[in-house]
Ligand binder design. Structure first.
Ligand SMILES: [Ca+2]
Ligand SMILES: [Ca+2]
Ligand SMILES: [Ca+2]
Ligand SMILES: [Ca+2]
Length: 450
């Protein structure tokens, strides 16, 4: 294969120099330039499909966050795997902890570690270089200790970083331009302290521009999931959160309507018919107009359940839910959208886990107002259990993104935040890169030990 590429290179060089000779009107006799025919790959699900999303769908955090991804990034192999807290004269400083400093690890020291796959690595400030944003939990987690929120202009200067402290259990990062100034802010959904009594948390918005947090404190919840999008079609993106339940927090959906200038109004009456029972304990949340009426619909998923609630007269009524045929043992932990069968309707690509001990992709095709599972038509292999060896932690994937990973112009399904055995970088438990490569419209399981 290498020889063929080399030969092509020589031919291209020859062809180029030939062209420049021609433009100088050389009197040399013309030699017919060899015609190089490269086979056109059969691109199905081109990256351009994302650009054809409707205007209302482009207001969603799914769209903006997915669009921001262009490659995997491994925070635990970066300068900022974590931070070590050093206290001197009652003043704390936070020293970057990474593979270069890990020799100094001591169980008696205090650390903050990255939230296992919860990060953004993208050009966030618009200078053309990729930035890294990541929350870090105190280890071990403590109820009253906020996360470190780190922003680094990493590609420009990996030694530069800003630290803020805020929220106590960041779960999901979602991009949205709340003030419409052309720079996305980072919406942070937080569950709070992840142990009994599961007290919940407020929501936060991190400003990339001034590296500061804003908090939305009118509703406290165990916000495992949430999404941003223009729910009321006034041109400003609104926030929708879904709280799981605990002894002290009732299960409930909620929203903050954006009034501009980072003023938000808590609004709960747009949700009807939800119960506080475990059937409505949803953890995955996205907004997307799926029935093409120009109003954002609500997509929710939890253990063994996935539903789409169309927005009707400004209301999300639980009674109008359309069920996704989710298998009873699966938890769709990452939801994505693309028209797979070419009928003009968005279909759902769900990354799922089974008890955090398994990963896979399920495909739900929108057909006559219903969703039909058609995974095997689009994906060659799915449903991968964790290691058989019970000594090893289990494999699962936190996020699945749709972007062109291999640069062939077609969208792939790419895992990010591979957990379990893929998390530690040792010979027995190598880090893994897991994705489904788009080959002429079929997504082919591809795994590599890093
Ligand atoms: Ca902005
Ligand atoms: Ca709005
Ligand atoms: Ca709709
Ligand atoms: Ca379709």
């Amino acid at each position: 294969m290498k020889k063929v590429i080399f030969a092509l290179g020589v031919l291209l060089v020859f062809a180029c120099s030939k062209t420049s000779t021609t433009t100088t009107q050389s009197s040399q006799p013309s030699i017919s330039t060899p015609v190089i025919v490269t086979p056109t790959p059969n691109i199905v699900y081109s990256v351009k499909m994302l650009d054809s999303f409707s205007a209302i769908n482009k207001t969603t955090s799914w769209y903006l966050t997915n669009k921001a991804f262009s490659g995997n990034f491994y925070v635990d192999k970066s300068k900022f795997w974590g931070f070590e807290e050093v206290i001197s004269n009652n003043v704390s400083t936070y020293i970057p902890y990474n593979e270069g400093t890990s020799f100094s690890y001591s169980a008696s020291k205090t650390y903050y570690f990255q939230g296992n796959g919860l990060h953004l690595y993208s050009d966030l400030d618009g200078d053309g270089k990729k930035d890294l944003f990541a929350p870090y939990n105190r280890y071990p987690q403590m109820q009253l200790i906020p996360n470190i929120l780190m922003y680094s202009n990493y590609e420009l200067n990996e030694n530069s970083y800003n630290l803020e402290f805020g929220l106590k259990g960041a779960r999901k990062l979602a991009l949205s331009d709340f003030d419409k100034d052309g720079i996305n802010e980072i919406m942070i959904f937080s569950s709070g302290f992840d142990f009994a009594p599961f007290p919940g948390d407020s929501l936060g918005i991190y400003s990339v521009k001034n590296k500061k947090m804003r908090y939305l404190t009118d509703d406290i919840g165990y916000f495992h999931g949430g999404a941003v999008g223009d729910i009321n079609n006034d041109g400003l993106p609104d926030i929708l959160g879904y709280s799981g339940g605990s002894v002290v927090i009732p299960i409930h959906p909620m929203s903050y309507i954006n009034n501009g200038n980072f003023n938000f109004t808590l609004q709960k009456n747009i949700f009807q018919g939800f119960t506080s029972g475990s059937n409505d304990n949803f953890y995955s949340v996205e907004l997307m107009d799926l029935n093409k009426d120009g109003k954002l619909d609500l997509v929710l998923a939890g253990n063994g359940i996935g539903i789409v609630i169309p927005q009707t007269n400004g209301i999300y009524n639980r009674a109008n839910a359309i069920s996704l045929p989710v298998k009873s043992n699966q938890f769709p932990n990452s939801l994505n959208f693309l028209d797979l069968n070419g009928d003009g309707n968005l279909d759902i690509i769900s990354g799922y886990t089974v008890n955090y001990n398994n990963y896979g992709v399920a495909i739900y095709i929108y057909t006559n107002g219903q969703y039909v599972e058609k995974t095997s038509d689009y994906v060659d292999k799915s449903d991968f259990p964790g290691p058989v060896n019970a000594q090893l932690p289990s494999d699962w994937i936190m996020w699945y993104y749709l972007y062109d990973k291999d640069g062939d112009g077609a969208l792939d399904i790419v895992g990010d935040g591979v957990q379990g055995s893929g998390l530690t970088n040792s010979a027995s438990q190598p880090m893994k890169e897991i994705w489904w490569k788009n080959v002429s419209g079929k997504f082919i399981y591809t795994v590599k030990n890093l």
